[in-house]
Write a protein that binds this ligand. Structure first.
Ligand SMILES: [Zn+2]
Length: 233
């Protein structure tokens, strides 16, 4: 049985995690960080190499930044090795991130069902790295937003009508579920309380070996209840 308590007002998440071994800290194993473990490196490649690598994996990558294209390729590599489908298009173009979208790192919407959009500035801006170190999200590496958006795509793809209804109704996690999840997946999930965001953050932590779903069975049950992309454990 997982015991997860909710933060006291003003309590800092890092100190919370230090005091409570029920938080994700217990399950974080940076030694096993998937990138370190597999020694995936595309750093010597040019932008064109990355675009070609993505294309060879069925992804049309529209990106002008070598750094971001490399991040996308690392993400593709992890997901294809786990046999997940990939979006047929990943567009990294600042023109999609103006006005109300300016602070978003990316988005997926079911109107463009095979396309994931990434914000080139936000994905490579060190300000966002800062957010990660503050435990806002379920992992703390820079590819996180790419996994997160592809998670939305996979969730949609698994059951389109169900995903659309969760989105249209802005379905929230139940109070009892929020209590079980606590801050295990970072404060973004708890702040939003939104089922779609919970699935994307949980998926990202699971597929990158940051959290073993079997170690958090009650959270994994909630993940399966809302039809998160199937994870082979
Ligand atoms: Zn999201």
């Amino acid at each position: 049985m997982l015991k997860i308590s909710i933060l006291a007002p003003g309590q800092n998440l890092i100190s919370y995690r230090a005091q409570n071994n029920t938080g994700s800290q217990k399950y974080l194993n940076h030694e096993q960080d998937i990138f370190v473990k597999k020694k995936i490196s595309f750093t010597s490649n040019t932008l064109n190499d990355h675009v070609n690598y993505a294309r060879a994996n069925g992804v049309e990558l529209d990106c002008k930044l070598t750094e971001l294209a490399e991040m996308v390729c690392r993400t593709i590599d992890v997901l294809k090795n786990k046999n997940f489908a990939l979006p047929s298009k990943i567009i990294c173009d600042i023109s999609y991130f103006e006005g109300k979208n300016a602070n978003r790192k990316g988005f997926f919407y079911n109107g463009e069902e095979n396309t994931v959009f990434l914000n080139p500035l936000a994905c490579t801006n060190s300000h966002f790295g800062q957010l990660f170190s503050n435990n806002s999200y379920s992992t703390n590496f820079k590819e996180h937003p790419i996994f997160h958006e592809i998670a939305h795509f996979l969730h949609y793809k698994q059951n389109k009508e169900y995903y659309k209804s969760l989105k249209a109704n802005k379905t929230k996690l139940e109070k009892s579920e929020l209590k079980i999840i606590g801050y295990t997946l970072g404060d973004y999930v708890i702040e939003k309380g939104n089922v779609l965001e919970f699935i994307a953050e949980a998926f990202t932590a699971f597929v990158t070996n940051h959290i073993n779903p079997e170690k958090v069975p009650e959270i994994y049950e909630i993940y399966k209840k809302y039809k998160g992309p199937e994870i082979k454990v």
